[in-house]
Write a new protein. Structure first.
Length: 273
């Protein structure tokens, strides 16, 4: 399959939707997230989308480097301005992950078998397929903007990943055996995000997002260790709340709510019987 990821082809795939207008396309960018954050701070409209064929300094959570070689994946950042408070915005990573899963299904990649690893990854057989990064700024008790970064491994062969992540990363091509059309897939993701965006703006909608994310989670029922600013917490993953928090059972009758924030799952143990 020909993978034409030119600006013209991406514009055609995005169509007339609001997410992707305006489009800022780069053959190589240092970081789509950095560029989008700068645009957001300068007042760009909601829906502005920064896309690069490759990144020289892609970023992940906690300041990590995100491997984003040219010609292999979808590296993009979307500017959003939801009329919600910072707490209600905590579900954004889960919402974005669900949108990517839906786009994969509608585009014929549903057999990839991806699931959500709270708070921000999509995994296939415990190997990372996609990472999601949300950087937000609030003022006056409301979100001023949020920049949603997306890194999706599409056309990598096993040897395309650096040695340090080769065993923990996977791509759609590795799973399905075929080269994917990145422009078409990016268009599907943008349209699904726009279609479901309203769910972030109402209490009932956020409850439905949390429920769907819980159903798609690879963690529920498994023992996990979570590392965050307050130290490590361990327990059995029970559910995802409507503010994006992961609820873990830490003992008989005891639960702890962990907000996404600057935390990560550092260990996943075998499923509980």
């Amino acid at each position: 399959m020909d993978d034409d990821y030119s600006e013209e082809r991406i514009r055609a795939a995005l169509g007339a939707g609001r997410f992707g207008a305006p489009l800022h396309y780069f053959e190589v960018a240092d970081s789509t997230q950095r560029i989008a954050l700068d645009l957001a701070e300068r007042g760009c409209p909601e829906g502005a989308l920064v896309v690069a064929d490759g990144q020289s300094a892609g970023v992940g959570r906690r300041g990590r480097t995100w491997h984003s070689a040219r010609g292999l994946g979808i590296w993009a950042s979307l500017v959003l301005r939801p009329s919600v408070g910072p707490r209600e915005g905590g579900l954004m990573s889960a919402w974005a992950a669900l949108a990517v899963l839906k786009a994969l299904e509608s585009g014929g990649w549903g057999g990839a078998g991806a699931g959500i690893k709270w708070p921000n990854d999509l995994l296939v057989d415990d190997r990372k397929l996609c990472g999601i990064l949300v950087d937000a700024k609030s003022a006056g008790g409301e979100l001023k903007y949020a920049v949603l970064g997306l890194g999706l491994n599409v056309n990598h062969d096993p040897g395309d990943f650096p040695p340090d992540i080769a065993r923990s990363a996977v791509s759609l091509k590795i799973v399905g055996g075929e080269t994917g059309d990145r422009a078409t897939l990016l268009g599907l993701i943008a349209r699904e995000m726009e279609r479901s965006y309203g769910n972030l703006l109402t209490e009932d909608g956020r409850k439905s997002v949390a429920s769907a994310a819980q159903d798609a989670s690879v963690l529920i029922g498994r023992r996990v260790t979570v590392d965050g600013p307050g130290g490590a917490a361990a327990g059995t993953a029970l559910r995802i709340d409507s503010d994006g928090a992961l609820v873990i059972g830490t003992g008989p009758g005891r639960e702890e709510r962990i907000l996404a924030g600057d935390v990560e799952i550092v260990r996943v143990m075998e499923d509980e019987s």
